[in-house]
Design a protein around this ligand. Structure first.
Ligand SMILES: Cc1cc2nc3c(=O)[nH]c(=O)nc-3n(C[C@H](O)[C@H](O)[C@H](O)COP(=O)(O)OP(=O)(O)OC[C@H]3O[C@@H](n4cnc5c(N)ncnc54)[C@H](O)[C@@H]3O)c2cc1C
Length: 392
């Protein structure tokens, strides 16, 4: 492999397209949408025109049929400019579209994926609950079979794209629930659309620390009746669906961390040349050199690990837990630390919005929580490594 980060000409072209789009269209709106806590739906739909809303969805269903390395490329490029907007993209492209493409049947794919790939409908995934986050199998949402329907009851929280505005629900969701009587380890998954009776927006969650350009919502299911054909896979299959999808999600979140880190290094590197103190550019001072050099080395280490792990990840096969957890564990904290150093190098200017790095620092913190907390990754990885005496 000659270029780990752009393994084929298609990956390179994808990176160039996304970088151009991010710089010309995403950058200009990022600060305002962060300040206003607003999701930019028209801009999101333009990602459909670029063919990346269904990045990993097979072409038959309107997608681009690309792989995990492409997932890393797109998330890295968008996140270097606007991580909040990128999180909304991730929830749609990976948590909804990829999840359904991998785990759904052809009738479900034909019905929902073309609109997801074009951006006509915004999707999301409902796993977390007020009482169950890391302990996801402790979820309380139930599904009771009644004739040709299931009746869902429960509340989901922190759902990205759960709302598209302060008052309006997102369009379509994959919802995890436990069918009445099923054991703890056997979850099921259902497609639930806006407009379904008993399905409502509890609240759009306001005042987040970061990722404010994505909408986060509480969603309520109250005697919500969904037809049997909306069950994805068989009853009890969804625990595997969830684990498989979380692997690619973590790859996307690790790549988002890389985008944040890269941008922060660029900003502090530039500033250290321009800003003088005691008659010298900041970059001449050893303590500033340490901030820049260590950030670069850590970023490159995380980047190499992420793209290597992406090269190993097959979207249709689970079993990449160790390294999908590993890249997110390493890169999330790396990005937060790099953003912190960037603020330090910029001094007071780093502390205000105009210089971007404070927003990236706030956004970076979410990556230590969403898609699995650091502690969850540590737990999973240590379990995966049990009995491994020698590493490859
Ligand atoms: C902005 C945002 C967007 C999100 N988007 C989505 C989404 O689209 N869909 C969705 O389903 N969810 C989403 N989430 C939810 C996210 O995945 C959860 O917040 C996360 O899994 C943690 O769950 P929790 O918040 O309930 O924390 P908890 O699980 O309550 O954890 C609290 C603390 O305890 C620690 N802890 C818990 N159990 C253990 C243990 N066994 N050992 C050691 N430490 C432990 C955790 O690591 C953490 O530090 C989002 C969250 C945020 C903030």
């Amino acid at each position: 492999m000659s270029d780990l980060f752009n393994p084929t000409p298609e990956h390179l072209a994808l990176r160039q397209t996304l970088r151009r789009f991010a710089e010309t269209e995403v950058e200009a709106q990022a600060a305002a949408h962060d300040r206003d806590e607003a999701f930019n739906l028209p801009l999101f739909r333009k990602l459909g025109e670029l063919g990346v809303l269904g990045l990993t969805v097979p072409e038959t269903w309107g997608g681009s049929g690309m792989d995990a390395a492409a997932v890393a490329v797109v998330h890295e490029e968008l996140s270097a400019v606007d991580p909040g907007f990128t999180l909304a993209y991730l929830a749609h492209a990976l948590l909804f579209a990829n999840n359904l493409a991998v785990n759904g049947n052809d009738a479900q794919r034909a019905k929902y994926l073309p609109d997801a790939c074009s951006g006509a409908r915004v999707g999301g995934m409902c796993m977390s609950e007020p009482g169950a986050g890391t302990d996801v199998l402790g979820m309380r949402t139930t599904a009771v079979r009644r004739g040709d329907s299931y009746v869902l009851n429960g509340t989901k929280i922190w759902i990205t794209n759960g709302a598209v505005s302060d008052t309006e629900l997102g369009d379509v969701f994959l919802v995890y629930a436990r069918v009445e009587g099923a054991p703890r380890s056997k979850l099921s998954m259902f497609i639930v659309e806006k407009g379904t009776k008993g399905f409502s927006l509890g609240q759009k969650i306001k005042d987040k620390l970061g990722m404010r350009a994505s909408s986060t919502a509480e969603l309520v299911f109250e005697d919500c009746e969904v037809p049997v054909e909306n069950r994805v896979g068989e009853e009890g299959d969804a625990t595997l669906h969830m684990m498989r999808n979380l692997e690619v999600e973590r790859m996307g979140l690790a790549a988002m961390s890389l985008g944040i880190a890269r941008r922060c290094i660029e900003e502090m590197n530039r500033y250290a040349s321009e800003r003088k103190s005691f008659g010298q550019p900041l970059r001449d001072f050893g303590q500033i050199q340490r901030h820049i050099a260590e950030s670069y080395a850590e970023y490159m280490a995380g980047r190499a690990y992420t793209y290597w792990a992406a090269s190993q990840l097959e979207l249709l096969r689970p079993g990449h837990r160790l390294d999908s957890d590993g890249v997110k564990l390493y890169c999330a904290t790396m990005a937060k630390n790099v953003a912190d150093r960037a603020i330090q190098v910029l001094g007071g200017y780093g502390y205000v919005g105009e210089y971007r790095v404070e927003r990236l620092w706030r956004d970076a913190k979410l990556l230590e929580i969403g898609g699995g907390t650091l502690e969850a990754h540590q737990k999973n990885m240590t379990r995966e490594l049990r009995g491994t005496d020698k590493l490859p």
